[in-house]
Design a protein around this ligand. Structure first.
Ligand SMILES: Nc1ncnc2c1ncn2[C@@H]1O[C@H](COP(=O)(O)OP(=O)(O)OP(=O)(O)O)[C@@H](O)[C@H]1O
Length: 625
């Protein structure tokens, strides 16, 4: 209850305790009796206070709700931010992917461009090759036509084979005949040799030397009967002494002509006969020239060996020959083995001569395969001879130079084996001691020369008289030549003379010696030989040889033609195969290119698919945002 004074103020006062019927004044705490208005007001107040309380609690609830709503918005915003970042990252990635894709697309474009270019190139190459193949096919067709023409040109292959077989058979028959004839010829040849005598003498006169001409010396030799083997020596004006030999060579006769007459003896060596060819005569008359010759004008030694190898080669199908050579020098009755001492003998193989090869032991021999090797051996001999003397010319005049060729032969048809020897001797110059007026060493040399030359004469005489004792051992020269002087052996002596009237006495001496050698051997009975039969056989043999040669030639020509055609066809075939292989190679290269193109196209498609997926993902995300 508020006093009247307070009542007035009551309206303005808030919250005052009101009790029904009475109340305590809040200001003065006096009990105040409630008026009806006051009661009603307090009722209203409490009612409103209740309403306020309700509203306050409602307000609190709403504030909580608001708070919750705010929190939700906050978290949604955060999510949105995250999504934005994610979207951004995706966009960046998508950009990167796009760039990679672009690059790959560019690469693919390049690859496909290259592929297109290569394709064009290959296509051009292939069409080029196809053209070539076409051309080659045409050529091949032409060639096969040609081959057909050729085949047609040959009447009939079987006929041809038959003809060839007949030719071969004929050839074989002719060969047999040829061998038979050869055997006959050999026999006849040896008969002819025997009828001519086992020792023959050829006389050769050298030209007047420049010195002789300038000194006014004249030619004292008459060659009028030279063709018949007659030679005349003018001795003191009109007096003329004539000699007869198997051959007489004038100063104009060359080395080939001289050798031509000696060559049949070479054939005898290959047939198993021992042979001796020697040059005898006064110093400076051309013994070395005849036997050795010069490089431009080869002598008997070289030509003999050349022919020997030629015949051995010709006969190689029927006889196997093994040839070896020894080179010796006899000076003052001493033997010098020039091959054993030669500084250049390393060029060929030398060995001790086989047992029984020589009567004098210890001599070496060089086995020679061809004429080139022989030349090396001859050179080695000459070099060794030069090394052994201060002056080769003078020394050679006073020593006997001896070349021995040993031949072993095996006949493949009848199995015959022979061993024979060919001596080629350049004798020391013969001089009369009275003329040389020699003394000391020179006298000794001259005496030795004369002794050995007269020993040679004695051996020849003893042989001619068919003595039971032949004095071979009287000199080293005859001792060495023992096998080739006498028995079945054949000898040829070149008597060398000077044309000068200043040398007449020496010339006469040499010719007398040579006549003695020749005269004692040739008997009248042996001269009467019927050469007509021999001529007939020779002609038959020549004809058979020509026929064989002709058949051989035509066979060889046919074989050559067939071989040529075969070679051509093979060549073309190979070319065609090569081209086919090239085309195959190109095709496989093209295939692999196409395969790689397809692979790269597939890769491109896969990449585009992935790109699309990414783009869709981006769009979805953006929409979400
Ligand atoms: N037929 C010929 N034609 C041309 N020149 C020749 C002939 N014969 C010899 N001669 C020459 O005569 C000279 C003497 O010859 P060569 O030396 O051969 O005589 P030789 O008898 O061997 O002498 P030696 O006994 O002194 O050794 C050489 O110059 C040679 O070239």
């Amino acid at each position: 209850m508020v006093c009247g004074i307070c009542v007035r103020k009551a309206v303005a006062l808030a919250a005052n305790l009101v009790t029904e019927g009475s109340a305590l004044c809040k200001r003065c705490s006096a009990h105040v009796r409630n008026s009806p208005i006051q009661t009603r007001t307090s009722k209203l107040i409490s009612k409103y206070e209740k309403q306020i309380e309700e509203l306050t609690s409602q307000c609190n609830m709403k504030s909580d709700e608001c708070y919750m709503a705010w929190s939700l918005v906050e978290s949604t915003n955060q999510e949105l931010e995250r999504l934005k970042i994610e979207l951004h990252q995706k966009l960046v990635q998508s950009d990167n992917n796009e760039q990679v894709l672009e690059r790959q697309t560019d690469q693919l474009r390049n690859v496909s461009q290259k592929y297109e270019n290569a394709k064009k190139l290959w296509a051009a190459a292939i069409s080029n090759l196809e053209n070539k193949i076409k051309a080659m096919k045409q050529e091949q067709a032409l060639l096969s036509l040609e081959a057909h023409d050729c085949a047609n040109a040959v009447p009939d292959l079987s006929k041809m084979i038959g003809a060839v077989q007949a030719l071969v058979a004929q050839c074989e028959y002719l060969k047999l005949k040829y061998y038979e004839e050869m055997a006959k010829r050999k026999k006849l040849h040896n008969i002819v040799q025997e009828t001519k005598g086992n020792i023959r003498v050829f006389c050769r006169c050298r030209p007047l030397s420049k010195y002789e001409t300038s000194s006014g010396y004249k030619c004292a030799v008459d060659f009028d009967g030279a063709k018949d083997g007659d030679i005349g020596i003018l001795n003191g004006g009109t007096a003329k002494k004539t000699f007869k030999f198997d051959r007489v060579y004038t100063p104009t006769d060359d080395q080939a002509e001289v050798y031509a007459d000696a060559s049949p003896l070479v054939t005898s060596v290959l047939d198993g006969y021992n042979v001796c060819i020697f040059a005898y005569g006064q110093t400076g008359t051309g013994k070395t020239f005849t036997m050795e010759g010069t490089e431009r004008s080869r002598g008997v030694n070289y030509r003999t060996l050349e022919e020997l190898f030629k015949i051995a080669e010709e006969r190689k199908e029927t006889v196997i020959y093994s040839i070896s050579v020894s080179v010796l020098e006899v000076y003052n009755e001493q033997i010098r083995d020039l091959l054993a001492t030669s500084p250049s003998s390393k060029k060929f193989e030398i060995k001790q001569a086989g047992e029984g090869s020589h009567h004098v032991p210890g001599i070496v021999e060089a086995k020679v395969q061809d004429i080139k090797e022989v030349w090396n051996v001859l050179q080695a001999g000459s070099n060794a001879r030069a090394v052994g003397s201060n002056n080769v010319n003078e020394h050679s005049s006073r020593s006997h130079c001896m070349l021995c060729i040993m031949v072993k032969a095996k006949n493949l048809i009848n199995g015959d084996c022979t061993r024979s020897k060919l001596w080629l001797v350049d004798l020391a110059g013969s001089e009369r001691l009275a003329k040389t007026d020699a003394q000391g060493e020179r006298l000794k040399e001259a005496q030795n020369i004369n002794r050995s030359l007269s020993a040679l004469g004695d051996v020849i005489s003893a042989l001619a008289m068919k003595s039971c004792h032949i004095p071979y051992r009287n000199s080293k020269l005859t001792h060495l030549l023992q096998d080739s002087l006498g028995g079945d052996s054949k000898a040829l002596m070149f008597v060398q003379i000077s044309p000068s009237d200043n040398d007449v006495s020496e010339t006469l001496s040499s010719l007398n010696f040579a006549s003695r050698v020749r005269g004692i051997e040739l008997g009248p009975a042996k001269r009467q030989v019927d050469t007509a039969e021999l001529q007939k056989v020779k002609q038959m043999l020549e004809k058979a040889k020509q026929e064989v040669r002709f058949k051989d030639d035509s066979l060889r020509k046919l074989e050559d033609t067939c071989q040529n055609l075969d070679n051509k066809a093979k060549g073309k075939e190979q070319l065609y195969k090569n081209l086919q292989e090239k085309v195959k190679e190109l095709e496989s290269q093209l295939d692999s290119r196409m395969h790689s193109q397809i692979t790269s196209e597939k890769q491109q498609q896969q990449l585009s698919g992935k790109l699309k997926e990414k783009e869709e993902m981006c769009t979805t995300l953006q929409q979400k945002v």
